[in-house]
Design a protein around this ligand. Structure first.
Ligand code: SF4
Ligand code: SF4
Ligand code: SF4
Length: 245
């Protein structure tokens, strides 16, 4: 019997779900190996008897909390996909302002109709078995995770910082241009996509496991910078770590 899979979205732009549909070369192979029983963007089928749930988006309201708990109860395996789900992503910026102020800014005089909570990554509300990082999630990581789950092995995902991929690509360092780059503490796996295109790393894949903060401090100190100087950039995708402290 084919494993039954479902895809769900929470607070997000739904770009990570589109990434799945963008796996054009692999889509037919994946679809022949699984049965999709719930995927709002791609099918009208709505069933709750899934084995694997792929979850996009952050948890930001009481309704989200209720829904994700039900999904967790139904799923044997839950995979958080994309920065919104794995780290809270840019939605976490909401947590740095008073909740009422944010609600009124978005909904104006209708704010009272919309219940809201501080944003949390999925893993802070229910158990997450696997994470696929990035904004949007990386296609190769997604294919690797699906392949691993279908083969009964652990997914092979990167555990070193973006600087490793950036140096391997022989890119000039953005710090040498007077810019601030989060590559030293960000999880690699994107092939250092942004520095390879003359842009800084904004940390969309979240903090690498066990970030070498001493080395990152050295990089800043050498340039006459402090942690305060990088905090705004850091909050864009990694604010969850600051809030969790
Ligand atoms: S991680 Fe990025 S692309 Fe994916 S849903 Fe969130 S904002 Fe959209
Ligand atoms: S700090 Fe940024 S630009 Fe410099 S090596 Fe690391 S990833 Fe590349
Ligand atoms: S370089 Fe940084 S911001 Fe760009 S895709 Fe990779 S992790 Fe994300």
């Amino acid at each position: 019997m084919k494993p039954k899979v479902a895809f769900f979205d929470f607070t997000s732009c739904e770009g990570c779900q589109l990434q799945k549909l963008n796996c054009e070369d692999e889509l037919v192979t994946i679809l022949s190996a699984v049965e999709v029983v719930n995927f709002r963007e791609a099918t009208s089928v709505r069933r709750d008897d899934y084995d694997i749930a792929f979850v996009e988006g952050s948890i930001s309201s009481p309704t989200c909390v209720e829904r994700i708990r039900k999904i967790r109860e139904n799923a044997k395996v839950l995979v958080a996909i994309g920065a919104c789900a794995t780290t809270g992503g840019i939605n976490m910026l909401k947590n740095f302002r008073p909740l009422e102020e944010v609600r009124e800014y978005v909904y104006g005089d209708k704010a009272g109709y919309f219940d809201t909570l501080p944003v949390r990554p999925v893993g802070q509300v229910v158990k997450v078995d696997y994470k696929i990082h990035g904004c949007p999630m990386d296609k190769q990581d997604y294919i690797e995770t699906v392949t691993a789950l279908l083969s009964g092995r652990e997914p092979r995902l990167t555990r070193y910082p973006v600087c490793v991929e950036c140096k391997t690509a022989e890119n000039p360092c953005r710090y040498d241009f007077g810019e601030i780059c989060l590559g030293p503490v960000t999880r690699a796996g994107c092939g250092a996509r942004c520095p390879s295109n003359n842009a800084i790393c904004f940390g969309c894949r979240g903090l690498v496991d066990d970030p070498k903060t001493d080395a990152a401090d050295d990089v800043l100190r050498e340039r006459g910078l402090s942690v305060q100087d990088i905090l705004k950039k850091y909050r864009l995708f990694c604010g969850y770590a600051e809030v969790a402290q």
